[in-house]
Design a binder for this molecule. Sequence first.
Ligand code: AMP
Length: 276
Amino acid sequence: MIAVTGIEELNNLRRKLKGPTGFVPTMGFLHEGHLSLVREARKHNQTVIVSIFVNPAQFGPSEDFQTYPKDIKHDLEILRKEGVDIVFTPSSEEMYPEDYSTWIEVAGLTEKLEGASRPGHFKGVATIVLKLLNITRPDVVYFGQKDAQQAIVIKHLVRDLNVPVNVIVMPTIRQPDGLALSSRNYYLSKEENEAATIIYKSLRLASKLYQNGERSPVKIKQAMTELIRSEPLVTIDDISIALPENLEELDIVNGQALVSLAVWIGKTRLIDNIIL
Ligand code: AMP
């Protein structure tokens, strides 16, 4: 495994690679969710590139950029064990030089859901992903369904800008009690981690109601809200039931629907989703 920090160095390496290349962009502090993407990339490509970069541009001024968990030594160890070929750990200074001024906006999609709670977040995400795709030039790039809106935004960006890459979205990996794995779970106390299981319970409730014939997003959201309110450590930030293609909120569920949830537990914001 080669660890590379410089963009030019990665470009030079990339030029020499032959055969299909799979790429997994991450912010590090890796868990089994990330590794599921890495393993899928390993299965289908000759070369696997993983990036670790906590992208300042996708954090709001009052968000957790400064405190975002890091353990680069451990990350490199587990990526080596997974048979990754290249780990790219660029510096903020090189990614965003002082006069940096080009930004990608996927209009419409990025103001909804997460974008409404985190203005500017997807501008940062779309920009860094396009930059990383330009640098690594993979055949396939892997994302997690855990960040459903991110995956939708990236698919749209890739289509709109004719980026020659195949986007694969992999299922959400969860703890045995249902809580979706996230680097931010590290912020939670044991008690908060237990309380956070209400997130997936409420998504499962939505699924059960739907299976029993409920088609009203208002009623499904009401039931989810009531369940989450039974857990005093958890506060709802947003519940949405929307069309997976364009994130338009639904008046009635009569086809696929993306149920997304964002909650606060103390100072930690967690998201999860399921498709009905
Ligand atoms: P992050 O490091 O949080 O930016 O995540 C890097 C990639 O891993 C993104 O494509 C995420 O959607 C994906 N990911 C994060 N958590 C999970 C999970 N629990 N299951 C599957 N993929 C995940």
